[in-house]
Design a protein around this ligand. Sequence first.
Ligand SMILES: *Cc1c(COP(=O)(O)O)cnc(C)c1O
Length: 411
Amino acid sequence: MPSSLQDQFIKKEALFGAQNYAPLSVVLEKGEGAYLWDVDGNKYLDMVSAYSAVSHGHSHPELVKIIKEQAGKLAITSRAFYTEPFGDFLEKLTSVSGFENVLTMNTGAEAVETAIKAARRWGYKTKGIQENAAEIIVADGNFHGRTTTIVGFSSEDSYKDGFGPFAKGFVEAKFCWTECGLNESIKSFEEKINKNTCAVLVEPIQGEAGIRVPQNGWLKKLREICSKNNVLLILDEIQSGLGRTGKLFAYEHEDIKPDGLILGKALGGAMLPISAFLSSKEVMNHFNAGSHGSTFGGNPLATKVASRAIELLFEDNLIENSNILGEYFKSKLKAIDNKIIKDVRGKGLWIGMELEESDINAKHLCLMLLNEGLLCKETHKTVIRFAPPLMITKKELDWAVDKISKVIRSV
Ligand SMILES: *Cc1c(COP(=O)(O)O)cnc(C)c1O
């Protein structure tokens, strides 16, 4: 039960806010590294990381310093002018990623919309698709954000209910998952490709769907059929990117390169929202002045922080830590070996624990873990997602595993 102090704030959200989230009953006040504190001073280990936006840890001292300095100097200009931080950021992100061009937005959904626009323009103006006929193939179980266009091609009813009519031009193929093997999934994509297909848009690992990791070789095969058919392969790495899976980008596990890449979440160094669409000049050159934009996109404050956040991925060893500790954490979770656990899966520090269907659902366990000082969040009814900040230590993970196994053994 939340204290009366916490209850005050919970009530305010219930009274004055829209009810589009169902938060766990804890009111947070402060964060530092992998830890969070509530308004009563209770301390928690963060296993959610704001859905992987807090890879650098909370209030990274260097990023706090940079954001303060830049906020006191120049924060918002709009793209009506040039600024130093923006140019530096573009140079940094292209050199680290190997993509030629970057277009910055603020939230993930906006960067996905940018990718859709880019793919369609490329389809009409380079591939020669007939006007208004372009199609983009997506996977079932996808999550790409919350705009009306994006939820229109979701397979999740709760995302769509009452929000239609939806945009045309999206076709669904089968993600490679449990009952759908690699060849069957690839076949379903291949069957949907026609002369009007401009792009395939997928997540390399589906996060919101419950950390669904496709079979090895799936992305490589997708890359092959896209290349063969002159279709752009666009990867949404908003959640999987920037070290979360133990590589800078999840596609590196398969040794391929997409034609377009979408980033967000951790790009802002756990300080502010910034997102980006990356691609070749061939694709990006279809944007001209007036064709796309965002008042805040590429602002000096966000780009100054993001440039340093990119460097810190390497300097703070976040990618390697995710890789090594991710394997360690996964093996420890697998070793809990209890009949309520159906599956433990994931890559890097991004792990889903799926429970057998029973009276104890994932939300119950998250509430019990909260009482043990561990902040976790369920996805759907049966999956608990563990995605701690990438700077977490082995000692902290050992502590977490103790608590998780204690809670699981108690039910
Ligand atoms: C979070 C997420 C988005 C949406 O990002 P927002 O910043 O919430 O708009 C899109 N795609 C994936 C894979 C995500 O995890």
